[in-house]
Design a protein around this ligand. Structure first.
Ligand code: SF4
Length: 468
């Protein structure tokens, strides 16, 4: 009998033993389970990473990370020990294993990972989704007709190398001077609540950041309580990668008990609260992540869902996507909901996949998971929003340009008669194109339309072109 393209096998979750890492050798179970200890012992730079791995890793590897931080990185390093422990989880880490590790590849990018010719697409941009342009009050993006995104704060307990909000989230890096909110946090949050009260057409609020796990619980609960008092708000989604990166946070009594209060109020008012997390690799789903998820579901909230990001070298294969989805669905009660294509931010070319590759992956994962748990792979098209990857209007495979349409106006298009008839473009990574397409882009790179300043890409592209 011929084999299936994917062979399902149930996989019991195992927490990797942190004591295999020299820097965590003497750490007790009690400390490891403490959110405070985890936060106090985050890895924030290469020197601290060296203190964890000592001489298990070559000097050249540390130098590669340092060069990336200096010359390419859009995000600074921030890794809770919990996440460090999921890299090369069950062996003594070697340099080769670290280079190949999927969690390392997106949380700790090395200079040598990046595309050497086109580290950034010429059309890449800070804030590539134009979220700030669609702020109706500072930090509140109104892009879709009935839903808004509330960016409560610009920090997270962990920083992902591919963060789409690299414009605002995290600390500045040598390449990226982060934008800052100008209003005081209390005034921003008041303005958001005020907008939602006077905008009855909005029924769905994504409460995000950054990561809501970085907001002191009493302040987050107070904001959520005010949201629950607004009649038109029917769905609230709390965005937190920390459910995986720092599950200890969500297991704290203060947080669990507070979520129970919110869950009870939401049920009384007929509002759904869900947690949306961001897990990209099966090895990140550990027993502690499953416990934190269970603790949240036990508070009476509606659901916990995963919105991963499709990243080359991390999860962009049938095997990796299905392994992750089964770990989420079977072992952690997290619904595999979406995989986003990685957005067109500077420095992301080596992670991005082409639209046709995403379409092939969507096809490859159909039929294995229950239909309700089969994630949609989506492309977040600038000025459009999320589209399923098969929904494009037309596609130039040589130049890697796909064209998309939409059926609603964003908050910046109420006076734009062409908004619903225009075609909106999205670009495949140049390295994925046939030779004639790559030549075309080399010819274009000097043209005025080249969005170099916004992308921070001019330096990269110029350097790349000079070498061609
Ligand atoms: S957790 Fe989300 S917001 Fe924070 S760095 Fe990662 S992708 Fe960005």
């Amino acid at each position: 009998m011929l084999e299936q393209p994917y062979e399902y096998a149930a996989r019991e979750l195992v927490e990797p033993d942190w004591r295999r890492l020299p820097g965590f050798d003497g750490v007790s179970e009690e400390d490891w389970r403490s959110a405070q200890w985890q936060r106090a012992h985050c890895v924030k730079n290469v020197r601290q990473l060296r203190a964890v791995y000592a001489d298990l890793l070559d000097d050249a590897f540390y130098a590669d990370l340092e060069r990336d931080q200096a010359e390419r990185a859009t995000m600074s390093i921030l890794l809770p020990p919990q996440m460090v422990n999921t890299m090369v989880p069950f062996d003594a880490p070697s340099t080769d294993a670290m280079y190949a590790d999927p969690v390392r590849r997106y949380m700790l990018p090395a200079f040598s990972d990046r595309d050497p010719v086109w580290p950034s697409h010429p059309k890449s941009a800070r804030d590539s989704l134009h979220e700030a342009e669609m702020w109706v009050v500072e930090g509140l993006t109104h892009r879709y007709p009935t839903k808004v995104l509330a960016e409560l704060l610009p920090t997270c307990p962990q920083y992902c190398g591919h963060c789409t909000r690299m414009d605002l989230v995290g600390n500045s890096t040598p390449q990226v001077d982060k934008h800052k909110f100008s209003l005081k946090p209390v005034d921003r949050l008041d303005s958001m609540i005020d907008y939602l009260r006077r905008t009855p057409g909005v029924r769905d609020v994504v409460v995000s950041g950054g990561d809501v796990a970085n907001m002191p619980w009493p302040r987050l609960e107070a904001f959520m309580t005010r949201l629950l008092e607004i009649d038109n708000v029917r769905d609230i989604r709390l965005a937190t990668k920390a459910l995986m990166g720092l599950p200890q946070h969500w297991l704290q009594d203060e947080v669990r008990i507070g979520m129970e209060r919110l869950g009870a109020t939401a049920r009384e008012r007929g509002v759904s609260i869900a947690i949306h997390t961001h897990i990209n690799s099966a090895q990140s789903v550990t027993p502690l992540v499953a416990r934190a998820t269970r603790a949240m579901l036990d508070t009476g909230i509606r659901d916990v869902r995963n919105q991963g990001v499709l990243l080359r070298g991390v999860n962009a294969t049938q095997q990796d996507l299905l392994d992750l989805c089964f770990a989420l669905q079977d072992e952690a009660a997290i619904l595999p909901y979406y995989f986003y294509m990685c957005d067109m931010i500077p420095g992301s070319e080596h992670w991005r996949v082409a639209v046709h590759e995403a379409q092939a992956l969507q096809h490859a994962i159909m039929g294995y998971l229950p239909g309700f748990a089969t994630p949609r792979i989506v492309c977040d098209v600038p000025y459009v929003g999320k589209r399923w990857v098969h929904q494009l209007d037309s596609y130039d495979r040589v130049r890697g340009v796909s064209y998309w349409t939409k059926n609603y106006r964003t908050s910046v298009e109420h006076d734009d008669p062409a908004a619903l008839s225009r075609l909106y473009d999205y670009y495949d990574p140049i390295g994925s194109l046939p030779p004639e397409g790559q030549s075309w882009w080399r010819e274009q790179a000097g043209e005025p339309s080249y969005d170099a300043v916004a992308a921070g890409a001019s330096r990269d592209a110029a350097a790349a072109l000079a070498g061609i």
